[in-house]
Design a protein around this ligand. Structure first.
Ligand SMILES: Cc1ncc(COP(=O)(O)O)c(C=O)c1O
Length: 409
């Protein structure tokens, strides 16, 4: 596999040439990424030339609709699913609340749902509320020392055969450790349960093959995957057809409208095709052939991950070598994403503010993973410092971060 061409990558992101951001190194990517040029260009073009009601016969409208369809079709192909299985909603949190309402009607009192205390609240709170409908909510708990989820603990929760749904993260936005989604979805299937996987913290590090992972629902937020501010939701057809319609009654037969009652932002859907443009541009830059979309996505995923893993090693070495902080999640770069949280004597937000004075954009707080921090014995109000990067990060920026940490800590 070739090395990621980091100069080419950075040329695709206008933020790196933006005077307002000059001299700043961005380490809060888990909160939201920079947008790639194709997304910005498509969004601008839509607002300038297509900002009419889509799917009518007049030209601007027909083009608007075609661009929205293109986004759905091309993203679905990269994700290894069919176009009618991809839904665009306002955010992942909103998508999860709508899904939970659908499950409330589809499940019966006494059925059980498994949630974790590793998740961001978006893939936890909506499901926990189903207790109000008489459902049995079971918590799959992290190891309080490491923050890891042990599949053996899940197996115990599945033993009585009453679990119908398991909600868990591809990886946590604090722990960073990648859960073995394919193994977990297989366990769920054997137990007669469907799965809702929060991929928000994983997808920025390489689009997954959702088909191969076996998730019935896979959620991610495109404002963290170089795109516009939306929640993207894959709901596999077999499940989508079983869930009651959450949209207008006369749209019950329209797959793209059944689970997104808020109505989509047309411009952002159209601009989402820019994420596919970007993946394809990365592929074309690094490989001579033109294989199927899922192969292109998987190669680009591996390029991204290899670059990230290489840059993560010195940061983890540095943090692991300090005795005045608690590194959360694995100390090795393999099997984790470069979202690195540390607990310190000082509140996370305070240290992040000190880093800002050194040109480091980082975050502090609980990042909506309140239950996880409590399980780890960390006061959510005190919070953690989170340092998160992606494939467009330069190794010089990591070196600069380490220098700034040395000064601030
Ligand atoms: C892991 C994870 N899941 C879910 C969400 C919620 O996503 P959204 O902001 O699209 O509702 C976030 C947002 O930060 C997140 O980090």
């Amino acid at each position: 596999m070739p090395d990621l061409d980091i100069d080419f990558v950075r040329e695709q992101f206008p933020a790196f040439a933006e005077p307002d951001l000059a001299g700043q190194a961005f380490f809060e990517n888990a909160g939201g990424s920079y947008a790639c040029a194709p997304v910005i260009d498509r969004l601008t073009r839509f607002y300038r030339a297509r900002k009419v009601q889509p799917y009518a016969a007049y030209t601007a409208s027909a083009i608007a609709g075609a661009e929205m369809d293109e986004a759905r079709t091309r993203l679905a192909a990269l994700l290894g699913v069919d176009a009618d299985e991809v839904q665009f909603g306002p955010s992942t949190s909103q998508n999860a609340y709508v899904l939970a309402t659908a499950f409330r009607a589809a499940l019966a009192p006494g059925d059980a749902v498994v949630v974790t205390n590793q998740d961001h609240e978006a893939n936890s709170g909506p499901w926990r509320r189903l207790v109000e409908a008489g459902l049995d909510i079971r918590e799959w708990r992290v190891d309080p020392g490491t923050g890891a989820l042990d599949p053996a603990d899940l197996a115990a929760l599945l033993e009585d055969g009453r679990v119908r749904l398991i909600a868990f993260p591809h990886c946590s936005n604090i722990v960073g450790q990648v859960n073995d989604v394919a193994a977990l979805t297989a366990m769920a299937r054997d137990a007669g349960a469907v799965t809702c996987v929060d991929g928000v913290s994983y997808a920025p590090h390489g689009l997954p093959d959702v088909g191969a992972l076996g998730a019935d629902i896979y959620l991610f937020s495109s404002y963290k995957t170089y795109g516009p501010h939306q929640g993207v939701m894959v709901v596999r057809r077999a499940l989508a057809e079983r869930l009651p319609n959450q949209g207008h009654y006369f749209n019950a037969g329209v797959a793209s409208k059944r689970l997104t009652p808020a109505g989509p932002d047309h411009a952002q859907i159209a601009a989402s095709a820019g994420m596919a443009d970007y993946v394809d541009a990365l592929h074309a830059r690094h490989f001579a052939d033109d294989p199927a979309a899922s192969v292109r996505a998987s190669r680009v995923h591996d390029l991204q991950r290899a670059h990230e893993t290489r840059l993560l090693a010195p940061l983890l070495d540095y943090l692991g070598g300090r005795n005045d902080l608690r590194l959360i999640g694995p100390a090795q770069p393999e099997g984790r994403v470069p979202t690195v949280a540390v607990a310190l004597a000082r509140p996370g937000g305070e240290v992040a503010a000190a880093l800002a004075a050194h040109g480091i954009m980082a975050g502090g707080g609980h990042f909506y993973a309140v239950r996880l921090l409590e399980a780890l014995g960390i006061d959510p109000e005190h919070g953690v410092l989170r340092l998160s990067f992606v494939h467009y990060t330069h190794e010089d920026e990591v070196a600069r971060l380490i220098g700034a940490l040395d000064a601030v800590l």
